[in-house]
Design a protein around this ligand. Structure first.
Ligand code: B12
Length: 211
């Protein structure tokens, strides 16, 4: 297998070959984090660039996303097993209303589980009220919001404002992320932080939990 064949499988949306290749690398002892960082994420970045330049279209991007998700599912137990930490604080995570992107959110979830957190994943297209209900129900320490569209990142503002206006939940720590989001945006909407990647998200959640 050539070193970039996994990257190619992401770009081509080749679900069958990506399963074989990822399993083969794991069997050879290649670190799961390296497979993610050096093959999967760069592959998806190329897909994003080609989509932007109209060199790839939605059905192809969907195939790439399926290949990415297949690879992540295979890596999941290995990524989650990387940490010795055993905190059991609860984190709520979801993609905000109107937004169906979940690959990055799923990576953040997997890495939080790996760091020992109890993670409640509300999925995609999550209405504001659902974040509040889940936070109360699970007595969550941190709420993580994901958005990939510049139109839906504004729904994060609504979620944060609704928490801040709630008598019991106003101090809930809220972390935001996703490609269009920034540190500045998190400050503007009154969130407690932003992280650009899944490993950085784990660090920020640990900080917000006082660890
Ligand atoms: C795959 C993809 C899709 C797939 C999604 C499949 C899925 N299950 O997620 C499909 C084909 C369904 C799709 C649909 C659409 N998409 Co799309 N999509 C992408 C693409 C190519 C890759 C996104 C991705 O998965 N990246 C890989 C992951 C690992 O990265 P990530 O999501 O950024 O996550 C990382 C960080 O951001 C961070 N992170 C993520 N979430 C969180 C949360 C927290 C709390 C923290 C701390 C960190 C964090 O950690 C992650 C890991 O390191 C991007 C291009 C891009 N460059 O982002 C376009 C992109 C996001 N899509 C775009 C568009 C326009 C659409 C559509 C509107 C297209 C259409 N015409 O219908 C629809 C919208 C559907 C909807 N309502 O949501 C635009 C958005 C433009 C904008 N700025 O608004 C982009 C940027 C493409 C482009 N350049 O034009 N898309």
């Amino acid at each position: 297998m050539s070193s970039d064949s996994i990257q190619q499988a992401i770009i081509m949306g080749n679900v069958a070959s990506i399963s074989t290749d990822v399993n083969q690398l794991l069997n050879e002892g290649v670190n799961s984090q390296n497979i993610l960082d050096e093959q999967l994420l760069p592959g998806m970045a190329i897909v994003g660039d080609r989509f932007k330049r109209n060199e790839m279209f939605l059905p192809q991007v969907l195939m790439s996303a399926q290949a990415m998700q297949t690879a992540i599912d295979i890596l999941k137990p290995h990524l989650a097993g990387n940490s010795e930490a055993r905190q059991r604080q609860t984190v709520i995570i979801g993609t905000v209303k109107g937004d169906m992107h979940d690959i990055g959110k799923n990576l953040v979830r997997i890495m939080l589980i790996g760091a020992g957190f109890e993670v409640i994943d509300l999925g995609v297209n999550v209405p504001t009220q659902r974040f509040l209900e889940a936070t109360t129900q699970h007595q969550a320490a941190v709420v993580c919001l994901s958005a990939l569209l510049s139109s839906t990142m504004n729904n994060m503002k609504d979620v944060v404002a609704t928490f801040r206006n709630h008598s019991d939940l106003k101090d809930t720590k809220i972390l935001i992320g996703g490609a269009p989001v920034s540190h500045e945006f998190s400050q503007n909407i009154g969130a407690d932080g932003y992280a650009p990647t899944a490993p950085a998200a784990v660090e920020r959640v640990q900080q917000l939990c006082g660890q």
